[in-house]
Structure formats: C-alpha cells, structure tokens
Design a binder for this molecule. Structure first.
Ligand code: EPZ
Length: 429
C-alpha cells in the first residue's frame, strides 16, 4: 500500500493548478445514464472515485472514451471524457460496488427514470457518519415510485413513469437533491423541491441537465422548479473547479507561510472558508483565473467555525481547518453539524503533538508551538489531507499511511505540493 513521506519546514511558493471537482464530476457522470446520446464532460479530474464510477456505469451499459491532452500548457491536467449509454443493459447496482463508493447509490434516479426499475444496494455504514438514504427514497416515492427494501437492496419501480410533485426535504442533502433533480427531469409534469441543497455541485448538475434539454429553474437556491420532459439529449458540459481542493491548498499555505496562486478556480465557490482563512491572517486575493494566497511571518490567529450546508463553512474542509488550528496562537472551537462522526483525524493529529479535546460535536483545539513528525494513518479522504497539512510544518518526518483515501479525491497531491517547494514524496508498495 502506498505511503506519503513528508519532511516538514518548507514554505510553499508557486502555482498549484486546481482540478475539476470530484463531487461535481460524479453526479454529472451519473446523469449520462439519462440519455441514449453522448454526454461529454470537460475538466474531468483523474481520481480513483472517477475510475470506479466509470466501471459502475459500464455495468449499466455506459461506454466511455477519454481524450484531450493530459497536461495543459498552464500545468493543469484536465481531461475530456465522453459517456454514451445507448441502452440500459442492467438495472442492478450490486453491493460490492455501491459499498465502495456511496455516491454510486445515486444511479437509482436515472435507472428508474429511464428503465422504470432500479435495484440498488443500500450503501451501509461509513467512517464519517450513518449517512442514511431515506431522503433520496422519499423523494422518489413523492414522484410516484414504488420502493421496497429487500435483502439489503432498494428496489424502485414505476408503472407508467414518474410524475411531478411538490415536496420539502426535512434536511438539506446534496445527494437527495441530485437524485430528485435527475428523476424529476424525466417525470410527467412539474416538480417543486423545497429546502434543496444550494451547493455549487447542485448548480453544475442542473446546468448539465438543462444543457441536455431539461427545464430546471432555481438551482443554487432552496427552491427548485422542474418542468418534466419526455427525453434528454447529449451535451457538452464543464465540471466546475474543486472548491475543496482549492480550500485544502489555501489552508496548506496558511499553515506553512508562502505565496501561492491557485489556478483554474474561483473564490465565489468557497467564500465562507476564504473569509475564515483571512481571519487567521492569510491574505487572499482574486487573480486572473484563480486565487492568490499569501501568509507572511506573522502567526496563525485562532478562529471558531461551525460547518453548515453551502454557503456555510463546508464539512469537507473541517478536518483541514483543524490541522491549521493545531498551530494557531490560541484556542479555537470547531463544531461539526453535518456528519456525526467526522472527527477521526483528532487522534492522528494528536500523534503529531496537537492538543485537541472533544465534547459532543465540538473540538477544542489549543494551538501548540510545534508539531513533531510521526507515522499516521489516514481514516478518510479529507482526514488524510489534514495529516498532510500538519506534516508540512511538523519537525522531521511524517509518513501518512493508507494513501488510497487521498487518491479518491486529490489528483497528484504530492506533485502539486512538491512543485511549490514541499519535501513530499510517495513511497510505493
Ligand atoms: C456530499 O455527500 C459529498 N459527497 C460529501 O463529500 C459532503 O461531505 C456532503 O455532500 C455534504 O456537503 C459527494 O458529493 C460525492 P448529504 P452526501 O446528503 O450527498 C444526511 C467528500 O469528502 N442524509 O448532503 O452524501 C446525511 O447523513 C464527501 O468528498 C440523510 O439523513 O451528503 C448528512 O448528515 C464526504 N438522509 C446530511 O444529510 C439522506 O437520504 C447531509 O448529507 C441523505 C442524507
């Protein structure tokens, strides 16, 4: 199993190209099952989760081809991928695949809308929380689907297709909003979704569906209106920049000090996180096609945060921010409101000398003068990133084990950081 070795102490200076967003790419890929024409996705990240979902879509009948140069002149690595599903050849998504990647559960919507049936394994538990799928199933039921749970699978069927409806999600859910958008696009009549997720990835999906011929208004606000259409066509759509990768590298610079331009990204995708970083002492400005992050000699100021749905502080940056706060000049409080078990990184950060105590959903982080390198274990994707951030300033050597978590969501992380002066490398095997 690969490991990442970091020798801490170097500032970051240079340019980091930001990839397309994993969490936008995945629902766009799934949306390709809604049409028998080709959906072309530009700015696709090259990640383990994207590879896995490509295989999963292949089981349902999707063909894909990749083109475009791997490496652009500006140092980015974007790819263009074409997905075509002439026919849905299998309406079952098996446990072995869905358990590996929860987002693959979302295939339930296009399979049901296009083939009238979807048999999708329930994803089971997860390292960051229970993560049920009830809201997704409820939205499909509201659209007229019949849902039965049997042998660990959700079997969704329709007689004569889905029908538009008006419903309110009791809780904001990105995945449930994706599922409802895809299903309602091919339902008969109008759908109004209240309390929809406003995340930029939802807007990217709605824009993609509209480019495919859907009629969706209001994405990015809590109320989305969808006028159902009978079929969708192919389209060419660009995956938005990865706001979590952007925020992760911004936090890395805030941690090490230095001057880095994050290229091919947009500050409006993560306004709240950048505002918090400014309060810690980083200077953040918009530059052409990117964001510049500078932190000079002064220390890191402690800031309290609470995670919230967009436009609040994202849960996917909570771990990384905690990494930054371990070196702050004072005490900060970090409250997680989205997932009930997203603090697995606390004990790993403690191995590097961090002082963190947990009480319910709040972590109290007492900044320390220095962290010291140690072997640590990645527990999930974003927790892995915080160990890298901490390792960049820890004295001596830090080895991050179980790097496959990182490979799910960060493209060429060690290359991007070492190009900016970090001493970081991958040890294979
Ligand atoms: C998406 O997960 C992201 N994943 C997550 O990123 C992200 O943390 C999360 O949104 C919140 O922003 C992808 O986009 C692939 P939710 P999702 O449904 O859609 C509860 C990462 O690191 N809920 O918005 O699964 C749920 O348990 C990942 O890249 C229900 O109760 O998250 C949670 O408490 C991790 N019933 C809350 O809603 C449901 O049916 C929000 O989850 C669905 C969700």
């Amino acid at each position: 199993m690969d490991r990442i070795k970091i020798t801490g102490g170097n500032k970051l200076n240079g340019i980091i190209p930001i990839s397309g967003a994993k969490n936008a790419a995945l629902p766009l890929m799934i949306a390709s099952l809604l049409t028998n024409e080709t959906l072309t996705l530009e700015n696709m990240p090259h990640l383990a989760d994207v590879e896995l979902l490509t295989r999963i879509l292949g089981n349902h009948g999707a063909d894909y081809s990749v083109n475009g140069r791997r490496e652009h002149q500006n140092g980015s690595y974007e790819r263009t991928v074409h997905f075509t599903t002439k026919n849905i050849v299998d309406t079952t998504a098996p446990y072995e695949l869905v358990a590996k990647m929860r987002a693959s559960f979302w295939v339930i919507a296009p399979l049901l809308a296009r083939a009238g049936e979807a048999i999708v394994s329930l994803p089971g538990g997860c390292s960051i929380g229970t993560r049920p799928v009830d809201l997704m199933l409820d939205s499909l039921t509201a659209l007229g689907a019949n849902i039965e749970i049997e042998n660990g699978y959700a079997r969704a069927t329709t007689k004569g297709g889905l029908t538009g409806a008006e419903f309110t999600f009791p809780k904001v859910s990105v995945g449930a909003t994706h599922v409802a958008l895809m299903a309602a696009s091919l339902a008969k009549g109008d759908t109004i979704i209240h309390n929809a997720a406003c995340e930029p990835e939802v807007v990217n999906l709605a824009d993609c569906l509209n480019a495919m011929g859907a009629k969706i208004e209001g994405a990015g606000t809590p109320t989305i209106r969808i006028q159902g259409v009978t079929s969708l066509n192919g389209a060419r759509v660009r995956v938005i920049p990865d706001r979590i990768e952007t925020g992760t590298y911004a936090m890395a610079v805030a941690m090490t000090g230095g001057d880095v331009v994050l290229q091919n990204t947009r500050s409006d995708l993560l306004t709240s996180a950048l505002d918090v970083l400014r309060q810690t002492g980083a200077e953040i400005t918009d530059v052409e096609n990117g964001i510049r992050v500078v932190r000079n000699g002064h220390g890191i100021a402690p800031v309290d945060i609470t995670t919230d749905p967009f436009p609040g502080f994202p849960t996917d940056l909570q771990a990384q921010f905690m990494g930054l706060m371990t070196k702050a000049k004072g005490t900060s409080h970090i409250t997680e409101t989205i997932f009930e078990n997203r603090f697995m990184h606390v004990q790993e950060l403690a191995r590097l000398g961090a002082k963190i105590s947990l009480s319910g959903q709040t972590a109290t982080v007492e900044g320390v003068e220095r962290l010291k390198g140690a072997p640590v274990m990645a527990t999930d994707l974003r927790a892995s990133a915080t160990l890298v951030i901490a390792g960049l300033v820890a004295e001596g050597e830090t080895t991050v084990n179980r790097v496959y978590h990182l490979d799910r969501g960060f493209e060429r992380l060690e290359e991007k950081l070492s190009n900016c002066g970090a001493e970081i490398s991958r040890i294979s095997g």
